[in-house]
Design a binder for this molecule. Structure first.
Ligand code: FE2
Ligand code: FE2
Length: 242
C-alpha cells in the first residue's frame, strides 16, 4: 500500500514537474507578440549556428543571458534614485538573476571551450545586446521582461534536449566541474547530467519571475486605464449635467 502510494506520489510529482518545465505563456497583447517573435527569431539564429553543439551553445548563450538582469537592475536602481521611490525588491531579484546566469557560464566554460569565432561573436553580441535590451527596457519594461520570460522558456527546452542526449548516451556524460558542485551544493560524485538539471531549474525560475514581472506591469497598466476611463466618464457626466 505504502509503495503504491509512494509510486502514485512520485508520478504526480513527475507530471507536475514536466508540466512546469513545458510551461508556455500565451501572448495576450501586442507587447507579448513582439516579445515572442523576437525570441523565436533569435532561437532560429542559435539553432542554425550551433545545431546540436550544446556545450558551445550554452557557453555563448549564457554570456548573453547574464545581460538582461544586470541592465534591468541598473536601470531600476537609477530610477529608484531619480524618483526617490522604493523598488519593491525588483532590483535584488534581477541582480541575483544576472549573477546566477554568470555562474552558468563559469560552469559551462569547464565543459566546452569557446572557439576564436565564438569569442568574437560573444564580444559583438554583448555590445549589441546591452544596447538593444536597454532601449527595449526604456521603451517598454513589460516587453523587456516578457522577452526574458520567453528566452527562458527556450532555455528550458534547450537544456531538456541536452539532458535527453546525455541520458541517451549520444553525448558522453562526465564528472561535474568543482565550481558547479560548490555552487549548487551537489553530491561529490555528481555528473554533467545533474548540473544540467540544476541549471534547467534555475532557467525555469527566471522564466516564472520575468513572466510575473510582465504580468504585474500589465495589471498596473489596466488599472490605470480603468481609472482614466472612469475619470473621462465622470467628466462627461458633469458636462451634461451642467
Ligand atoms: Fe542560464
Ligand atoms: Fe536563463
Amino acid at each position: 500500500m505504502t509503495i503504491i502510494a509512494h509510486v502514485k506520489f512520485s508520478i504526480s510529482i513527475y507530471f507536475k514537474c514536466m508540466s512546469d518545465l513545458n510551461k508556455h505563456v500565451q501572448p495576450k497583447n501586442f507587447s507579448d507578440k513582439v516579445a515572442l517573435s523576437f525570441t523565436k527569431f533569435l532561437r532560429l539564429l542559435a539553432d542554425t549556428f550551433f545545431k546540436k553543439r550544446y556545450g558551445h551553445r550554452a557557453v555563448v548563450l549564457e554570456t548573453v543571458a547574464a545581460v538582461p538582469g544586470m541592465v534591468a537592475g541598473m536601470l531600476l536602481h537609477l530610477k529608484s534614485l531619480r524618483k526617490i521611490e522604493d523598488d519593491k525588491g525588483w532590483i535584488k531579484t534581477l541582480l541575483d538573476e544576472a549573477e546566477n546566469e554568470r555562474m552558468h557560464l563559469m560552469t559551462f566554460v569547464h565543459i566546452a571551450k569557446p572557439t576564436a569565432v565564438e569569442r568574437f561573436i560573444i564580444m559583438i553580441a554583448q555590445f549589441i545586446f546591452i544596447l538593444t535590451y536597454a532601449i527595449i527596457y526604456l521603451v517598454s519594461q513589460r516587453t523587456a521582461h516578457r522577452i526574458v520570460g520567453y528566452f527562458e522558456e527556450e532555455a528550458v527546452i534547450s537544456y531538456t534536449e541536452y539532458l535527453n542526449e546525455l541520458e541517451a548516451g549520444t553525448i558522453p556524460d562526465q564528472p561535474a566541474p568543482e565550481i558547479a558542485i560548490n555552487y549548487w551544493n551537489l553530491p561529490l560524485h555528481s555528473t554533467l547530467k545533474d548540473v544540467v538539471r540544476a541549471i534547467r531549474d534555475d532557467e525555469a525560475g527566471h522564466r516564472d519571475v520575468n513572466h510575473q514581472f510582465a504580468d504585474l506591469i500589465n495589471i498596473k497598466k489596466s488599472k490605470k486605464n480603468v481609472v482614466t476611463n472612469e475619470k473621462i466618464k465622470k467628466e462627461k457626466t458633469e458636462e451634461i449635467l451642467n
